[in-house]
Design a protein around this ligand. Structure first.
Ligand SMILES: Nc1ncnc2c1ncn2[C@@H]1O[C@H](COP(=O)(O)OP(=O)(O)O)[C@@H](O)[C@H]1O
Ligand SMILES: [Mg+2]
Length: 137
C-alpha cells in the first residue's frame, strides 16, 4: 500500500478498532517512515486514553483502552538486544495486553511472537509511505 498521512491514519484507526487483546504488533522501517504516527492512530482506534507520543526517553509507554492495557515500546534506542531484557515483555504477555513495538528486530529474542508485523518505507512521493504486512510463517 502507498498511503498518504491521512490514509495511514485511517488504516491505523481501523486496525485499532479491530484489534482484540492479547495482540503483539511489530512496526519496522527507517526513522521517519511513520511508525509512531501509525501507533498513535492504532491507539485512537482502540480508544486508548493517553496520547501515544514518541517515547524519546522512556522506551515503554503505558495506556488504557477500557480494561485492556496497551503498551507502546520503541526499541530504537536499545544498544544491544539484551538491553530489552528489562522492558517487561513477559509481564505484558502475562497481562494479555495489546503491545505495539517499534523496531522489534532490535530486541532480538526478547520480543514476544508478533501477531502482525508491518514494514514501513519511504515512497518516491514524499507525502506517501509504503506499508506492507510481513507474512510470518
Ligand atoms: N504518508 C505519510 N504517512 C506517515 N507519515 C508521513 C506521511 N507523509 C509524511 N509524513 C511525516 O513523516 C513523519 C513520520 O514520523 P514518525 O511517525 O515519527 O516516524 P517513525 O516513528 O517511523 O520514525 C511525520 O513527521 C509525518 O508528518
Ligand atoms: Mg518512532
Amino acid at each position: 500500500m502507498r498511503l498518504s498521512a491521512s490514509e495511514l491514519s485511517r488504516f491505523g484507526e481501523d486496525l485499532g478498532r479491530q484489534l482484540r487483546a492479547p495482540a503483539v504488533i511489530g512496526l519496522s522501517g527507517e526513522l521517519g517512515t511513520g511508525k509512531t504516527t501509525l501507533v498513535q492512530a492504532i491507539c485512537r482506534g482502540l480508544g486508548a486514553r493517553a496520547r501515544a507520543t514518541s517515547p524519546t526517553y522512556a522506551l515503554v509507554h503505558h495506556y488504557d483502552a477500557g480494561p485492556v492495557p496497551v503498551y507502546h515500546v520503541d526499541c530504537y534506542r536499545l544498544r544491544r538486544p539484551d538491553d530489552a531484557r528489562d522492558l517487561g515483555f513477559d509481564d505484558m504477555t502475562r497481562e494479555r495486553a495489546i503491545v505495539l513495538i517499534e523496531w522489534p528486530e532490535r530486541a532480538g529474542s526478547w520480543v514476544p511472537p508478533l501477531d502482525r508485523h508491518f514494514q514501513l518505507a519511504y515512497d518516491a512521493d514524499p507525502a506517501r509511505r509504503v506499508v506492507n504486512e510481513v507474512a510470518h510463517v
